[in-house]
Design a protein around this ligand. Structure first.
Ligand code: ZN
Length: 169
C-alpha cells in the first residue's frame, strides 16, 4: 500500500483520457482509509472515482467507458474476475490496482485470479522501512487477526521478504 499503485493507476487513466478515451475509476465502498477525493483531484483535471458495494455494479455503471480503472481490487468480492473478463471481452480496457498479499503474506481476495487472467502485470515495490531494500510485503504493526484494519494506514509498513515477520503481531 506504499508502492504508489493508486498513483500509477491514475497516471494510466489520465494518459487514456489524453487519448480522448472515456475513462472511469471504481473503488470498493468499504475503503475509508483516506480521502479518495484528495488523491484523484489535486489538479483541475480530476478523475471521477465511483464507490461501489459489489463488483457487478461496475457492469451496470461502466457501459459508457472505454477504459475502466479499479482501485483496491483486493477488497472486492470474488466475482470481480468474472466482471473484469466480461468487460474486457466487450472491448473495454480494464486496469486493476491492488495488493497482491495480505498482512500474512497470503494472496489477497480476487487478486491472484486477476493476476492469472491478465495480459499484463506490473508489480510495484515500496521501500522496506527496516533495511531499504525493495519491499513487497505489508508488515502489520498493531491489531489482531482481522484481515482488514480499516482507517489504520499507520498500522502497516512496507517490508522486504527478509524483514517481513507475518506472525509478529
Ligand atoms: Zn528489509
Amino acid at each position: 500500500m506504499f508502492s504508489g499503485k493508486t498513483e500509477e493507476l491514475i497516471r494510466r487513466m489520465k494518459r487514456a483520457r489524453f487519448a480522448r478515451q472515456r475513462v472511469e475509476i471504481f473503488q470498493p465502498a468499504m475503503d475509508t482509509r483516506y480521502s479518495r477525493e484528495e488523491v484523484v483531484s489535486h489538479n483541475e483535471s480530476a478523475l471521477q472515482s465511483t464507490a461501489v458495494t459489489t463488483s457487478s455494479e461496475i457492469l451496470l455503471l461502466a457501459t459508457e467507458s472505454d477504459v475502466i480503472g479499479i482501485d483496491e481490487g483486493q477488497f472486492f468480492d470474488p466475482d470481480l474476475t468474472q466482471v473484469v473478463e466480461q468487460l474486457a471481452r466487450s472491448g473495454k480496457r480494464v486496469i486493476v490496482a491492488g495488493l497482491d498479499q495480505d498482512f500474512k503474506g497470503k494472496p489477497f481476495g480476487p487478486m491472484p485470479d486477476l493476476l492469472a487472467v491478465a495480459e499484463y502485470v506490473t508489480k510495484l515495490h515500496a521501500i522496506c522501512l527496516v533495511c531499504g531494500a525493495p519491499a513487497n510485503h505489508s508488515q502489520r504493526l498493531a491489531g489482531g487477526e482481522e484481515r482488514v484494519l480499516l482507517g489504520a494506514v499507520e498500522a502497516y509498513e512496507p517490508r522486504c521478504r527478509e524483514c517481513f515477520k507475518p506472525d509478529a503481531t
